[in-house]
Design a protein around this ligand. Structure first.
Ligand code: NDP
Length: 331
């Protein structure tokens, strides 16, 4: 059983030496368990946070432990009444080729409804994050102006499309002309801002002239600060993530414009998607309908390779090399 374990806590950007590539004997399933072969591994920016030894919403990955990851496995052997050989199962199985599990906390997926990897993206954790972050935390109302950063990523592409489905004006912020063209073209955003080439604050004033009602923040840092300067009255700022700060060795940079929250009587609120777990099935039904009717396009970036490609694939997130949900498919 090939596995990727945490060898050393990274400082700043994760380095190849921070991982140990090991091979262990593959365990057989006991009574009430099943075994499976990993097919797809989810790459998530949150993984960077799990490597730091500090308290968060989940405990850090321990040194020497198999790296935590969401994945889809195919059942190869079963002593469990609810799982049969050939079933596809989503769960937090870690970065390893062979998995033994009792089924708790897993989801058997319906591959006839959507391709398996969709359950790591649009119908999985990123989709749930977009749905509850925007509709519950952001309390989105029809006709509002929504701005989302990290707009061409797994969460961002869903946030923008859900907001469009709810009759809102949507402005996306992303890196590079190709990503911006995708947002305003195929994904139907009203405008896109290339933060690498444009002055974000100026562009926000142009594309959201009446101010931002909901700012869905995936990146933090300077882009958050620019958005804070452009809030409408009673705006909501959804603090989903801050990928621009995850590799920082000098602490998180705070926004200089945060007092706009006061002037605009606006609300900035953080959330963790897992708090909404009791309603995931409801959200997946609604997202599933939007996918089936073509209202939402599923955007995936599938890298085909082996388990040993995990470290370099993870780095793609921090270099903006993915468009849509990044997944490693084991071949
Ligand atoms: P993405 O698919 O959006 O991938 C990451 C993207 O971030 C890159 O493609 C890149 O796009 C952008 N990026 C990387 N570095 C920077 C930078 N320095 N400045 C600005 N943008 C940068 O990832 P996800 O959709 O999976 O995650 C998006 C955010 O949502 C993350 O912050 C994540 O932590 C958060 N999250 C929070 C959850 C919660 O419960 N609160 C749950 C799930 C995710 P570009 O080319 O545009 O720069």
């Amino acid at each position: 059983n090939r596995q990727i374990r945490l060898a050393r806590r990274p400082v700043g950007e994760v380095r190849p030496e921070d991982w140990a590539h090991v091979t262990e004997p593959a365990a057989a399933p006991a009574a009430g368990q099943f075994a499976g072969r990993t097919r797809f591994i989810s790459l998530d920016p949150a993984m960077r946070g799990w490597l730091d030894d500090r308290p968060s919403y989940l405990p850090p990955v321990a040194l020497g432990e198999v790296m935590r990851a969401g994945s889809i496995i195919e059942v190869t052997e079963s002593n469990h009444p609810d799982f049969a050989v050939g079933d596809l199962v989503a769960g937090t199985f870690g970065v390893q080729e062979h998995v033994v599990c009792d089924g708790r906390g897993t989801l058997r997926i319906d591959a006839s409804a959507a391709s398996p990897s969709t359950y790591l993206g649009a119908l999985g954790m990123p989709g749930m994050t977009a749905y509850f972050g925007l509709l519950e935390v952001g309390a989105l109302q029809e006709g509002e102006t929504v701005v989302v950063s990290g707009a061409a990523g797994a969460v961002g592409t869903m946030v923008g499309q859900i907001a469009k489905a709810r009759g809102c004006r949507v402005v996306g912020i992303a890196g590079g002309p190709e990503k911006c063209a995708l947002l305003t073209g195929e994904l139907g955003f009203d405008a896109a801002i290339d933060y690498r080439a444009e002055n974000v604050k100026k562009a926000l004033r142009t594309h959201a002239p009446d101010g931002i009602d909901v700012y869905f923040d995936n990146v933090g840092g300077e882009i958050l600060d620019a958005a804070l300067a452009c809030l409408a009255m009673r705006a909501r700022v959804v603090v989903c993530g801050a990928i621009s700060q995850y590799n920082s060795t000098t602490g998180v940079q705070g926004p200089a414009n945060y007092l706009s929250l006061l002037v605009r009587r606006a609300r900035m609120e953080g959330f963790v998607v897992f708090d909404h777990a009791p309603r995931f099935a409801e959200a997946a039904r609604e997202i599933g309908q939007w996918i089936a009717t073509g209202r939402i396009k599923v955007l995936e970036h599938v890298v085909r390779g082996t388990l040993d490609d995990f470290p370099q694939t993870l780095q793609m997130l921090f270099r903006g090399e993915n468009t849509g949900k990044l997944v490693l498919e084991l071949t």
